[in-house]
Design a protein around this ligand. Structure first.
Ligand code: UDP
Ligand code: MG
Length: 210
């Protein structure tokens, strides 16, 4: 059974994250070294203008579990995730932000849910820390408005922090939509989905790119 010793891929889109990216790498490495299964981390440098690229290529040279996808310019968060999915080799694939707002320590719990038979395990934000009233209010309105417009179930208050099975990733790759909203497409695809709740932390450093 592939779920006994799965390969786990972790995709980390990063745009101008040089203040946090090394710490993110260390937190992820600590967690993933603990899951007693092989893993790869795919950083996607989305045309950063700061030192993100240099830091990532240094990490990549020194750790065989790390892969780096370099964009020629800034293409945006959703395209960065998509590129990660194109290269991920894992039996399960996790997408996580680079700024440590999504706790890497939740990944083992996501893998446990996947082993129970879920194909999509998304992180649902029970609480958002360090975000302005405006950001929280607009995000909340956005998710509820989106839900009211669509016939299928897009979970509210869930970002792109999630685990997907390889078969979901393969289905994603067949979607030719270019202007993509990845989490919407994942919901639209169907598959057996579940949520785990977490507190969305403050960014470790830097500012929101949205
Ligand atoms: N990001 C990216 N390309 C962009 C904008 C953002 O790859 O053009 C990455 C960013 O580095 C982070 C994630 O997408 O890892 C989410 O961005 P951010 O934290 O700015 O969004 P927020 O958490 O404020 O919604
Ligand atoms: Mg963030």
């Amino acid at each position: 059974n592939v779920k006994d010793t799965p390969l786990c891929s972790v995709i980390v889109p990063a745009f101008n994250e040089d203040e946090v990216i090394y710490e993110t790498y260390k937190r992820l490495k600590t967690v993933l070294d603990g899951i007693s299964a092989p893993y790869e981390i795919l950083f996607v440098n989305d045309g950063s203008k700061d030192n993100t690229g240099a830091i990532l290529s240094h990490i990549c040279d020194n750790d065989k579990n790390i892969k780096l996808i370099e964009f020629s310019r800034n293409f945006g968060h959703q395209i960065a995730i998509t590129a990660g999915m194109d290269y991920a080799k894992g039996d399960c694939i996790v997408v996580i932000d680079a700024d440590l707002q999504d706790p890497p320590e939740l990944i083992p719990q996501m893998i446990d849910e996947w082993k129970k038979g879920y194909d999509v395990v998304y992180g649902r934000r029970a609480e958002r820390k360090g975000e302005t009233f405006f950001k929280k209010a607009t995000a909340s309105l956005f998710y509820r408005f989106l839900k009211s417009m669509t016939e299928f179930d897009i979970p509210v208050d869930a970002g792109d922090f999630r685990l997907i099975d390889k078969k979901v990733c393969d289905a994603m790759k067949k979607i030719k939509e270019r202007n993509r909203y990845v989490r919407g497409i994942i919901s639209w695809l169907g598959f057996k989905q579940t949520a785990i709740y977490y507190t969305r932390e403050k960014r470790l450093a830097g500012t929101t790119k949205y």
